[in-house]
Every structure is written in structure tokens, then in C-alpha cells.
Design a protein around this ligand. Structure first.
Ligand code: PTJ
Length: 245
């Protein structure tokens, strides 16, 4: 790892780059993941490299959706595993919910490496893709899921998605919570709640929101969810990006 002084103005961004490169070197992240990360960096720059109010609103709804769920599942790909393994594990324990490895660029070696990485970070349950349960409406490698995980989930948390699966999950009647710096992506537009923020910043905020809202009643969760308009949140995020503020 190269030395990045904590005083550097772009410290978080540089540390995240290092985490992604380390992810590729450990066989967790695909090389395509580096390109996806670069696109995220550019969008993050445009939203001000801070969690904006549209993200905070979506985070609260995301927490309520995950708490209201009877069978929530946390889907993990190669980018998310490299960036926030401890936070994903903590979310799994807090809800509680299993983590499920689900990647776009097919590789059994990488699936195994991601699973091992999550277990090494203290994950309670890590489910692996199987050929015993297939998602409908989707052709990619992401259709292979675990029968006790994404297949029967009512709410799926899919940070940093690639689009096709989010639509498929919605068509299967599931709620989808995503984190995506691109408010124009198919995932962002089809998810139930889209957190337009950097995954590395959003995860601690989501954990705090879940910890706080789990003290509240199911009625409060329902109120938070029913008053929410994901399209309005996406419009606010897009306006921020276009304003160049
Ligand atoms: O590990 P795999 O095989 O499942 O592959 C994972 C990637 C991310 C490579 C795959 O899902 C992919 O190609 O994704 P896309 O289509 O590039 O979409 C990723 C989205 O995440 C884009 O809209 C990016 O802007 C966004 N993004 C990138 N970095 C971050 C991010 N969103 C939040 N936080 C980030 N740090």
C-alpha cells in the first residue's frame, strides 16, 4: 500500500482507490470493477463528495424497508466486498440478514474469495450462488441465487448494482434498496429506495439509521416508507449534479 497522509484533501478518495486495487490483487474485485469505481469517483466529485440531503432521506427509508422486511438479504459483489466488508457484516448482524455473494462477471474463484473475505470480517451467514434457484427475467450470471437467500427475500439490499438484476427483482415483487452514485442508472430508477451517495460514506449512515429506527414501532417504519418518493430524490440528485455547485 502506498502512503496516503491523512491530511491529504482527497484522503478518502485515495484510500478507496487503494482498497479497490487491493481487492483486485486479492481476487475479490474484477478488473471491470476499477472502471465502475472510476465512474463513481467522477459522479461523487459532482455531488460534492459529501452525503447530501437526498441521500440522507433515502437512507432513512432504506433502514425502514430493511427493518420492516420479513426476509431481508444483503447482496454483495466484488466492489462492495473490497470497499466496505466490515460495514456489510455489521448490517447483517444488526438486522439480522444473511449476506449473499452475487456477481455479474462470472468467476467461481472470485465468488469464493468474496465469501471468505466476508467471513474473515466476521460475517454471520454468507450464502453462495447455486443452480438450484434462478431469478426470472434475467440472463446474466446474477440469476444464480441461493434458495434461502435472494430467491425468497422480500427486500434485497444491492449496493453498486449493474442494472439488469434490479429490474428483475422488482418484477419478481421484491423491494430493492440500492446505493448508486448515478441517479440516471437503470438500477437507480427501478429501485424502491436509491441512496445516491458513495457506498463508503453511506454504509456508516445506514448502520446508524437502522440502529436508531429499530427502537421505533412498525407503524413508524410504515409512515416513513409511505411518505417517500424515490423519483423526487433522484431528481434532486440529478439537479445537484447538473448545477455543478
Ligand atoms: O463484482 P461484479 O462482477 O458483480 O461486478 C461489479 C461491477 C460494479 C463491476 C458491476 O456491477 C458493474 O459493471 O456495474 P456498473 O454497471 O458499472 O454500475 C456500477 C454503478 O455503481 C455505476 O452507476 C457507478 O456510478 C456506481 N458506483 C461506482 N462506485 C461507487 C458507485 N456507487 C456508490 N458508491 C461507489 N463507491
Amino acid at each position: 500500500m502506498s502512503e496516503v497522509p491523512a491530511s491529504h484533501p482527497r484522503y478518502l478518495s485515495l484510500k478507496l482507490r487503494e482498497a479497490m486495487v487491493a481487492g483486485v490483487e486479492k481476487g475479490i474485485t474484477s478488473v471491470h470493477g476499477l472502471i465502475a469505481h472510476g465512474r463513481g469517483e467522477a459522479l461523487d466529485y459532482l455531488i460534492g463528495e459529501a452525503s447530501q440531503s437526498f441521500a440522507l432521506e433515502a437512507i432513512r427509508v432504506a433502514a425502514a424497508l430493511l427493518l420492516r422486511a420479513t426476509h431481508p438479504v444483503i447482496s454483495v459483489n466484488g466492489n462492495a466486498a473490497a470497499m466496505v466488508p466490515a460495514e456489510l457484516t455489521a448490517l447483517g448482524r444488526l438486522l439480522p440478514a444473511p449476506l449473499e455473494v452475487n456477481i455479474f462477471h462470472a468467476s467461481q474463484l472470485r465468488e469464493q474469495a468474496i465469501g471468505d473475505h466476508l467471513l474473515a470480517h466476521g460475517a454471520h451467514t454468507v450464502l453462495m450462488p447455486t443452480d438450484q434457484a434462478l431469478l426470472s427475467f434475467i440472463e446474466s450470471n446474477r440469476r444464480f441465487v441461493h434458495p434461502e437467500g435472494i430467491f425468497r427475500a422480500d427486500v434485497v439490499f444491492v449496493p453498486l448494482e449493474d442494472g439488469d438484476r434490479c429490474q428483475a427483482l422488482r418484477r419478481m415483487g421484491k423491494e430493492v434498496v440500492t446505493v448508486d452514485l448515478n441517479p440516471l442508472s437503470r438500477t437507480a430508477r427501478t429501485a424502491s429506495a436509491t441512496i445516491v451517495d458513495n457506498l463508503a460514506r453511506a454504509m456508516p449512515l445506514l448502520l446508524a439509521a437502522v440502529a436508531q429506527l429499530r427502537q421505533e414501532s412498525a407503524g413508524t417504519w410504515q409512515e416513513i416508507i409511505s411518505g417517500y418518493d424515490n423519483h423526487a430524490v433522484l431528481r434532486a440528485a440529478e439537479a445537484r449534479i447538473r448545477s455543478g455547485a
